[in-house]
Design a protein. Structure first.
Length: 191
């Protein structure tokens, strides 16, 4: 019972915990982003295959994920350590900095082949169509695969995505990951 309650809260907390009244300062975020660039680049274009691109993601999504890593509702050996000591203000600043860059994409395939189950929220090209969903365009297939399996096993929890991933087979996960990984992503730095 207790476990169930915790799991349930885990899905809700990241989004609801965010204090909307804290306004992110991009310039402050740019300074703190020095701690992030070896893995995510200065503008959020990932430098290592297991890290996601975070430039141009919705600010609310970036805030929610950093808060989740800090509070332990999302776990990762690198990110849990990175986020542990960030204040709400620093999280807002970092989200403002990374979220403020511009993304453009180039599709390699006919959009009609996009996964039907995903396009309503993530687009055929992997650019989010709803506010709290992340971009998937150009993420490595390793990253996408890992996240979908984490949602499927319950290691990562989110109301919608846990339900979406619950019934996916390994083959479907690989196909969806390959689809979005094949989109070329460009991030234009906005100072
Ligand atoms: C040592 C490498 C490393 C450093 C340094 C690092 N990250 Fe990460 N980051 C990762 C990895 C790997 C993941 C993927 C975690 C997972 O698989 O759940 C990640 C995930 C994230 C995510 C989730 C993105 C998404 O699409 O869900 C955000 C946001 C993020 N990092 C922001 C930051 C910020 C801001 C900093 C600097 C304060 C930072 N990271 C520093 C490696 C790093
Ligand atoms: C109804 C909307 C919706 C649908 C449909 C949906 N997603 Fe999502 N997706 C989301 C939201 C919202 C999140 C953010 C979850 C969070 O905050 O942890 C997300 C997160 C993800 C992530 C994590 C990305 C990252 O950067 O960490 C992946 C991967 C993903 N979705 C893949 C898919 C795939 C593949 C499909 C189709 C099989 C799909 N999603 C269908 C809304 C949706």
């Amino acid at each position: 019972m207790r476990l169930l309650t915790l799991v349930f809260l885990g899905g809700l907390l990241p989004a609801e915990n965010i204090s909307a009244e804290i306004v992110g300062d991009r310039d402050a975020g740019r300074k703190i982003s020095g701690q992030c660039r070896t893995c995510h680049g200065a503008d959020g274009y990932a430098q290592i295959p297991i890290a996601p691109h975070i430039g141009g993601e919705p600010e609310s999504y970036l805030r929610a994920q950093l808060t989740a890593f800090r509070d332990g509702t999302r776990e990762h050996e690198m990110m849990s350590i990175v986020a542990r000591s960030l204040t709400d203000q620093q999280i807002a600043d970092l989200a403002a900095w990374y979220g403020g860059h511009k993304v453009t994409v180039e599709m390699q395939a006919d959009p009609s082949g996009a996964p039907e189950l995903c396009v309503a929220c993530h687009g055929a090209d992997g650019i989010h169509l709803i506010d709290d969903a992340p971009n998937l365009a150009g993420e490595t297939n390793i990253y996408i695969d890992t996240q979908l399996k984490a949602f499927r096993t319950g290691k990562r929890v989110h109301e919608t995505m846990s339900a979406v991933a619950a019934d996916l087979t390994d083959e479907e996960i690989r196909a969806y990951a390959d689809w979005y990984a094949a989109v070329k992503l460009y991030i234009e730095t906005v100072q």
